[in-house]
Design a protein around this ligand. Structure first.
Ligand SMILES: C[S@@+](CC[C@H](N)C(=O)[O-])C[C@H]1O[C@@H](n2cnc3c(N)ncnc32)[C@H](O)[C@@H]1O
Length: 251
C-alpha cells in the first residue's frame, strides 16, 4: 500500500469550511441531531470506556463532545483552524482537538473507532485522494477497529435536488443554487455583507456504495453493515436520507 503526504493548498473546502459565513449559514445544524445519532451508534457499537475514538472532519466538535460526555476518549481532527479553535474550548484530558488533513496519518494503530460524519468525505474529486483517506483510516485503526462513514445518499440527492433556495440568517441573505454535473453535486452560495459580494461553492462527489466498496477493498477494512439514517434503519437507495457505512478492520 502506498502512503503519501498531502500538502494543503487552498481549495474550496479549506476556504469555505474555514469561513465565518459557513458557520452562519449552517448555524441550525443541530446538536440534537448529533446527539440522537451518537446515542444510536453507541447502542449499536457498544464501545467500552477505554475505547479511543477518532472524529475525522470533526468541525466544531459537536459529535466529539457528546462522545466524551458518554465516557469515551476522543480525538477530533479537522482541516479548519477556526473550527478547531472553537472546539478546543471544550478540551480535557480525554477530549483532544487538532488541525490535521484527513488524507494524512495522524497516529498509527491507535483508535478503536474512526467516525467520519455528516458528509466529511468526497471533496477532493480524485479517486487517488479518496483512497488516500481510506488508507489513512485503515492504518490508524487498531485490529478489529470500526469505521463509521456517514455520507449523503447519492440517488436521493439526484432525485430531490432543489435548484434554488434563499436562506436568511443573522441578517445575511444567502442565495443558493444547486446543480449536478460530472458525478458531483455543486452548491453555489452567494451573499452580500457591507456591500461586498461573496461567492463560495461546495462540491461533493455523488459516491455510491460500490465506490466505497472499491476504496474499502483496497484496505483491510470490510463492510459489515449499511444504514439509511440516524435512527439506524435499513438503507433503501430510493428513500434513505443518508448512506451510513460500518466497516471493520480485519486481518
Ligand atoms: C460538512 S462538515 C461536517 C463537520 C462535522 N463532522 C459535523 O458534523 O459538524 C465537513 C468537515 O470536513 C472538514 N474537512 C474537509 N476536508 C478535510 C480534510 N482534508 N481533512 C480534514 N478535515 C476536512 C471541513 O473543514 C468540515 O469541518
Amino acid at each position: 500500500m502506498l502512503y503519501s503526504l498531502t500538502m494543503v493548498t487552498k481549495n474550496w473546502y479549506s476556504d469555505w469550511f474555514d469561513s465565518k459565513y459557513y458557520h452562519v449559514l449552517y448555524k441550525n445544524r443541530g446538536q440534537t441531531d448529533a446527539e440522537f445519532f451518537i446515542r444510536n451508534l453507541i447502542t449499536f457499537l457498544n464501545p467500552d470506556e477505554n475505547s479511543h475514538i477518532l472524529d475525522l472532519g470533526c468541525g466544531k466538535g459537536r459529535h466529539s463532545k457528546f462522545l466524551f460526555d458518554n465516557g469515551l476518549k476522543v480525538t477530533g481532527l479537522d482541516l479548519s483552524e477556526n473550527s478547531i479553535n472553537c472546539a478546543k474550548i471544550h478540551e480535557t484530558e480525554r477530549l483532544h482537538f487538532s488541525v490535521h488533513d484527513m488524507r494524512n496519518v495522524y497516529q498509527r494503530d491507535q483508535f478503536n473507532f474512526v467516525f467520519n460524519l455528516f458528509t466529511s468525505f468526497g471533496y477532493f474529486n480524485s479517486q487517488i485522494q479518496n483512497q488516500q483517506v481510506m488508507n489513512a483510516v485503515d492504518v490508524q485503526l487498531k485490529q478489529d477497529g470500526i469505521l463509521v462513514l456517514d455520507y449523503l445518499n447519492a440517488q436521493k440527492v439526484r432525485n430531490t435536488l432543489v435548484p434554488n433556495e434563499i436562506i436568511t440568517h443573522d441578517g445575511i441573505k444567502f442565495n443558493i443554487t444547486r446543480h449536478i454535473s460530472n458525478g458531483n453535486v455543486f452548491k453555489r452560495i452567494k451573499f452580500e455583507v457591507n456591500k461586498k459580494t461573496y461567492s463560495f461553492e461546495e462540491r461533493v462527489e455523488l459516491l455510491e456504495i460500490n465506490d466505497f466498496k472499491t476504496y474499502l477493498n483496497a484496505t483491510t477494512l470490510r463492510l459489515i453493515h449499511t444504514f439509511g439514517g440516524y435512527e439506524l434503519k435499513e438503507f433503501q437507495p430510493e428513500k434513505s436520507d443518508r448512506l451510513i457505512l460500518i466497516a471493520k478492520k480485519e486481518k
